[in-house]
Write a protein that binds this ligand. Structure first.
Ligand SMILES: Nc1ncnc2c1ncn2[C@@H]1O[C@H](COP(=O)(O)OP(=O)(O)OP(=O)(O)O)[C@@H](O)[C@H]1O
Length: 243
């Protein structure tokens, strides 16, 4: 059955059922879709409902997340379980990944990331990017609401903006500025503003010279990295030097 694009989107409530899955709760609603936590046989999953408006406007682009997730097999990326398509619903079921978003950990829990933990998290992110880029995929949305952490493992979700690298519009190095910005959120978790004057991050954070250069190159303030392997090399050298 094919989704009727002209009907309004139905919002599902806890204990309602879609295919064989029971809605446990709504996690969030964005411009493109609605994200639910669902269960089947007491196991948790994520169900993403794509909005009709977005399916109409974005056309094939709306299906990239699905195609890309189907092509990936990595412990830090949710597995694509199945597509659900009927007159009332278009979406898919994904593996549920443990952990809170870094957004909640930093801004709700007020967790402070020391340098050793920034290294642990950053190292996992580099490994995920190595995998994605080796598969010719650029994520383009690595941000604190799209990364989950349970204190040990980092998981990357939301592949809605991910694309196949074509070295023109979609380049692997697009992920580096996101990675730099993500790391800055971790550094800022321990930052206390002294005085009133807000300065740029590279002036106000207390960073060692190699850390500063790594972040500046990720952010494109200094010459941008060409490949994730160059990032990896500098990342490890930087943190080894700081031990
Ligand atoms: N596989 C997953 N396992 C656990 N939680 C997940 C998973 N996928 C998404 N989430 C949670 O759901 C939230 C929304 O997911 P996602 O960003 O993929 O949906 P979205 O509809 O694209 O939202 P937005 O439009 O706001 O980006 C994430 O911030 C995360 O907390």
């Amino acid at each position: 059955m094919v989704l009727n694009l002209f009907r309004r989107d139905k919002l599902y409530k806890p204990s309602e059922q879609i295919a064989d899955y029971i809605i446990e709760k709504t996690i969030g609603e964005g411009r493109f879709g609605i994200c639910y936590q669902v269960s089947q046989d007491q196991k948790l999953y994520i169900l993403k409902q794509l909005k009709r408006g977005m399916l109409k406007k974005a056309g094939v682009k709306a299906r990239f997340e699905e195609e890309i997730l189907k092509s990936l097999q990595h412990e830090s990326v949710p597995r694509f379980i199945k597509k659900i398509e009927c007159e009332d619903f278009y979406g898919y079921v994904l593996e549920f990944k443990a952990g809170k978003t870094f957004e909640d950990i930093i801004y709700l829990d007020k967790h402070v990331f020391a340098r050793a933990e920034i290294y642990k998290v950053g190292h996992q992110l580099v490994e995920i990017l190595k995998y994605l880029h080796s598969k010719s995929i650029v994520h383009r949305d690595i941000r604190v609401p799209n990364t989950l952490y349970d204190g040990q493992t980092v998981n990357l979700v939301d592949f809605g903006l991910a694309r196949w690298i074509n070295n023109e519009i979609y380049r692997a190095d697009m992920d580096f500025a996101f990675m730099g910005d993500f790391l800055l959120h971790l550094y800022y978790s321990s930052f206390e503003l002294k005085g009133f004057k807000k300065r740029p991050w590279y002036d106000e954070l207390l960073l060692k010279p190699k850390e500063l250069l790594l972040l500046k190159r990720l952010m494109g303030v200094n010459q941008r990295y060409k490949s994730i392997f160059d990032v990896e090399e500098d990342f490890h050298e930087t943190f080894q030097a700081n031990k």
